[in-house]
Unconditional design. Structure first.
Length: 140
């Protein structure tokens, strides 16, 4: 019964031919005279020009980290980007808003704007680390 309802909702009119046999499907007629044809408001030339403009490439993880954490050496930025991409643990030295430095091992890091959201082994909780406050990165 659900199949028949779905077919009817899709505009089909399932009906059995005379006597036993296969069910034949007939598409319901649509009266095109009732609705006026919609007119396009898109200028074809403008649309073609927009389609020809190359798509802006989204920066990759490493580029974003380099932009937001210029204090990191290239190999440190690469290590942090790899940790974000594959979820591997990484050691960081972090300076909080009060200027206090701490060392952490983080897991499952994700890039979120200007932050690294990750599981902090020291606090045993999810934490957000501002990229510009990460001053060093090393293998865990």
């Amino acid at each position: 019964m659900d199949t028949l309802a779905a077919l009817r909702a899709a505009g089909y009119q399932p009906a059995r031919d005379a006597g036993p046999g296969p069910v034949r499907l007939h598409r319901a007629r649509v009266d095109h005279q009732r609705r006026p044809a919609a007119r396009s408001t898109v200028d074809p030339g403008e649309l073609a020009a927009r389609l020809l403009v190359p798509q802006q490439r989204r920066p990759d993880t490493l580029e974003l980290i380099r932009q937001r954490a210029p204090q990191l050496r290239p190999e440190q930025a690469q290590l942090l980007a790899t940790a974000v991409e594959d979820g591997s643990p990484v050691w960081i030295r972090y300076v909080d808003a009060g200027g206090r430095a701490s060392e952490r091992v983080i897991d499952n890091a994700q890039l979120s704007g200007g932050n690294i959201d990750a599981w902090c082994r020291l606090r045993r909780d999810d934490r957000a680390f501002t990229l510009d406050k990460i001053v060093a990165v090393a293998p865990a």
